[in-house]
Design a protein around this ligand. Structure first.
Ligand SMILES: Nc1ncnc2c1ncn2[C@@H]1O[C@H](COP(=O)(O)OP(=O)(O)OP(=O)(O)O)[C@@H](O)[C@H]1O
Length: 303
C-alpha cells in the first residue's frame, strides 16, 4: 500500500477546445487534510470529478487509494464525496434518504450509519424533514453526511462550507478535524483561504487549469523561510540585521514592520531569537513577531 492517498501525474482534462486542467501533477499523503485552492474556473471541481472517477482524464494518470478511480467498483467503500452544489432528490425524508443510500452502499447497519452521520454534522433535527424543505445550509450538511457514512478512508469535499453561517461552518471544520483524528484523509476545496490555512496540512494551488504551487502549508506560507517583526518604537538599522548569522535579507515594510528572510534549512526560532535579541539590545521595542505570510497573501502573489 502506497503512503499516498492520491497521485496525479501530468493530468489534463479537455472539454472540446476548452482545457479545464492542464498537465497537473501533485500528490496527497494519507492521513492529512489537503486543500485545493484556486480562483473561479481554476479547475478544482474538474480535478475533484476526476479523483472521484466521475470524469476520465484526457491525458496523464491518476491513482486514488492505489487504484484507477474510473475502474468500476474500485473505490466502493473507500471514498466519500461531497460534490459541488450537490442536490438531494425531493420527496424523501432526510433520514430515510440517507438510510437508503447507506443500504445501497452495502453498509452493515444502514439506519445507524445515517443517524451517526447526521449527528456528526449537527443535523439530527432534520431526520424527519423532507429534503425539499431543508434550507441551503441544512441540505449542504445532509449531503456531507452522505459522504461520511461508513467512515471511508478518503473523503473529498468540494466547498463544504460555502453558504454556511459561521457557527455551522466552524462545526463542519471540526467534523473535518475529527476525520483526520480518526486517520481519514480529507481533500477540501474552499474560497475561504483563512479557513484552509487553519485546517489543512498541505495544499495545491491551481490557476487557469495549471498547478501554480503545491506543498505543505508551512512551505506555502514560507513559515520556515521568513518572518516579520512589528516595531513599536526605535530605529532599525537594517544592514546590521542583514549581517546576523543565517539572515539572507532584511528590509523595512513601511515604517513599522521589519521583514527578514532566513537561510534554508535553518531552524527559524534560532534566527528569530538572534534578530529579536539584537533589536532589544539596540533599544528597539517590539509589538509582535509573525512567521511566514498569510495563505491569502501568498495566493494573491502567485495568481
Ligand atoms: N462540462 C464542461 N464543459 C465545458 N467546459 C467546462 C466543463 N466543466 C468545466 N468547464 C470549464 O473548465 C474550467 C474549470 O472549471 P471548474 O468547474 O473545474 O473550475 P473551479 O475551479 O471548480 O471553479 P469554481 O471555483 O467557480 O467552482 C472553467 O473554465 C469551466 O468553464
Amino acid at each position: 500500500m502506497s503512503d499516498l492517498a492520491i497521485e496525479l501525474f501530468g493530468v489534463s482534462k479537455r472539454f472540446g477546445p476548452k482545457v479545464a486542467v492542464n498537465n497537473v501533477s501533485f500528490s496527497v499523503p494519507r492521513g492529512v487534510v489537503f486543500g485545493l485552492i484556486g480562483p473561479n474556473g481554476a479547475g478544482k471541481t474538474t480535478t475533484f470529478s476526476m479523483m472521484c472517477g466521475y470524469l476520465y482524464p484526457s491525458d496523464g494518470t491518476l491513482k486514488v487509494m492505489d487504484v484507477d478511480p474510473v475502474t468500476p467498483g474500485a473505490l466502493k467503500g473507500r471514498l466519500g464525496a461531497l460534490p459541488q452544489d450537490a442536490v438531494l432528490p425531493p420527496g424523501w425524508e432526510t433520514g430515510a434518504l440517507l438510510t437508503y443510500w447507506a443500504r445501497l452502499s452495502g453498509l452493515a447497519d444502514p439506519e445507524r450509519e445515517a443517524r451517526d452521520a447526521l449527528e456528526a454534522v449537527g443535523l439530527m433535527e432534520a431526520w424527519k424533514v423532507q429534503t425539499q424543505a431543508l434550507s441551503h445550509g441544512m441540505a449542504k450538511r445532509a449531503a456531507m453526511a452522505q459522504a461520511l457514512m461508513g467512515r471511508p478512508p478518503l473523503v473529498l469535499l468540494d466547498e463544504p462550507t460555502a453558504g454556511l453561517d459561521p457557527r455551522i461552518a466552524a462545526q463542519v471544520r471540526q467534523v473535518i478535524r475529527d476525520m483526520k483524528g480518526k486517520g481519514q484523509t480529507v481533500v477540501v476545496s474552499s474560497h475561504n483561504l483563512q479557513e484552509l490555512e487553519e485546517l489543512c496540512d498541505a495544499a495545491a494551488i491551481l490557476d487557469k487549469g495549471a498547478l501554480a504551487q503545491a506543498g505543505t502549508m508551512s512551505e506555502l506560507t514560507g513559515q520556515g523561510s521568513e518572518f516579520r517583526v512589528q516595531i513599536a518604537r526605535g530605529t532599525v538599522i537594517t544592514p546590521e540585521i542583514a549581517s546576523i548569522a543565517d539572515v539572507t535579507d532584511a528590509r523595512m515594510e513601511g515604517e513599522s514592520v521589519l521583514h527578514v528572510r532566513i537561510r534554508g534549512g535553518v531552524p527559524p526560532e534560532e534566527v528569530i531569537s538572534r534578530v529579536v535579541g539584537h533589536l532589544l539590545q539596540t533599544g528597539v521595542l517590539i509589538l509582535g513577531v509573525s512567521r511566514g505570510q498569510r495563505l491569502e497573501d501568498r495566493v494573491l502573489q502567485l495568481l
